[in-house]
Design a protein around this ligand. Structure first.
Ligand SMILES: Cc1ncc(COP(=O)(O)O)c(C=O)c1O
Length: 391
């Protein structure tokens, strides 16, 4: 029988060199609901696998267990997302931002090329691309009747521009919580194909979706193998970001060769602890994800109820996936600084929506992947602060 995980188990991360708790939360002064990691312990098989490597005591050069790694990733995509992958198309990466993205940009684009993104979107898409001397343009997502969608005519016009080399998408989308549908993904594929634009899909949030919203890997769209590339990893789902253990899927042999060239050029080897963590997660821990998703959904319910009862002017953009919620705070008419400072003054640290592009102005992002007790404590602070502010 599957193990029951206790996501309510308190974990005190203060003083553990945690970016969330020690930097954003200032070592306990604020409850941090910002940076996108969870406050949950990794599943037992992951801890066991890492402990086994640690206890061996020799941390010398390793030989990358390519077959085990590729088979774990392929197995995960097949059992969780119904996509049969040729293991040979899977390549390791040192995390997505510290590895996959810049290596793909270096391998497949040139300085001065333009990358198209869809803001509001994970801020490092723009930062890393611009740091690589590539240009970024956004075809902003549109909010209509409480749900974000793609501005197709704008995207099509921008994708046609000759300087646009790649479209970088986020599926499911951080921070607006959309899980792109088959119709939307097929249309994105057609646009990329017609305009000879590479389609890079960040699928790191793909394991966490709610209700009928089913994550569809971009490579399940017929024909996408030629021009689509995936970046993903177990970092979000299993809270393993500190291992920098991610991967890239490159079905097109030419694109794969270009990526391999960069990987080898920089003499990357592999992170042997992180590799074991990934393999254990993907081969032994499906039960963890199912239980985690249910737990997160309860936290979402808590937030939804709280907002409608206590501060109905703030609109929750209903999440279809991810543990990052997008709050429309425009009704308050505050500047971003005022908005963020308001919550900070109440003792809770959230993320500034404008971090994710100009289209995020008036919004905040809240990470609900924490113990329910912590979430309730944060909501109590917010409620008290809000009452005092309103009177
Ligand atoms: C869409 C997306 N991609 C990548 C990352 C970070 O991945 P990594 O820690 O592997 O760089 C995040 C973290 O929030 C994210 O939201």
């Amino acid at each position: 029988m599957d193990k029951r995980y206790d996501f309510d188990e308190p974990v005190n991360r203060i003083g553990s060199d945690s970016y969330k708790w020690d930097v954003e939360g200032k070592g306990g002064e604020l409850i941090p609901l910002g940076v996108a990691d969870t406050d949950f312990k990794a599943p037992d098989p992951v801890i066991r696998a890492v402990r086994q490597k640690a206890e061996f005591g020799v941390y010398a050069y390793g030989a990358f267990p390519r077959k085990r790694f590729q088979s774990a990733v392929a197995g995960w995509y097949e059992k969780r997302h119904g996509l049969v992958l040729d293991p040979a198309v899977i390549r390791p990466a040192q995390g997505i931002m510290p590895g996959a993205l810049w290596m793909l940009l270096l391998a497949l684009t040139s300085p001065g090329d333009t990358v198209l993104i869809q803001e509001p979107v994970y801020h490092n898409f723009r930062i890393i691309t611009e740091n690589m001397d590539r240009k970024v343009i956004s075809s902003d997502l549109q909010l209509q009747a409480g749900r974000y969608g793609i501005n197709w005519s704008d995207l099509e016009e921008k994708a046609k521009r000759p300087e646009v080399r790649a479209l970088l998408i986020c599926n499911p989308h951080n921070p607006v919580g959309r899980v792109w549908t088959e119709v939307e993904l097929s249309r994105l594929c057609n646009i990329c194909k017609e305009n000879q634009v590479l389609l890079v899909s960040d699928e790191i949030h793909g394991d966490i979706t709610y209700g009928d919203h089913k994550f569809l890997p971009i490579l399940s769209i017929p024909g996408a193998d030629d021009y689509a590339i995936v970046m993903s990893g177990p970092g979000k789902t299993f809270n393993l970001a500190g291992f920098y253990s991610a991967y890239v899927l490159l079905p097109n042999p030419e694109l794969r060769k270009a990526y391999d060239r960069v990987y080898n050029q920089f003499h990357f080897d592999y992170n042997f602890m992180g590799t074991e963590a990934l393999i254990a997660a993907y081969t032994e821990c499906e039960d963890y994800v199912d239980q985690e998703t249910n737990y997160l959904w309860e936290n979402i319910r808590t937030i939804r109820d709280f907002l409608s009862e206590v501060m109905p002017e703030i609109k929750l953009i209903e999440p279809e996936g991810t543990y990052l919620l997008w709050l429309d705070c425009r009704a308050w008419g505050l500047t971003q600084e005022e908005l963020l400072n308001l919550f900070t003054g109440w003792g809770v640290r959230l993320n500034d929506g404008s971090m994710y592009g100009a289209a995020g102005k008036g919004f905040l992002r809240i990470n609900i992947a924490t113990q329910k007790a912590t979430l309730l404590q944060a909501l109590e602070r917010i409620q008290n602060g809000y009452k005092a502010w309103r009177t």
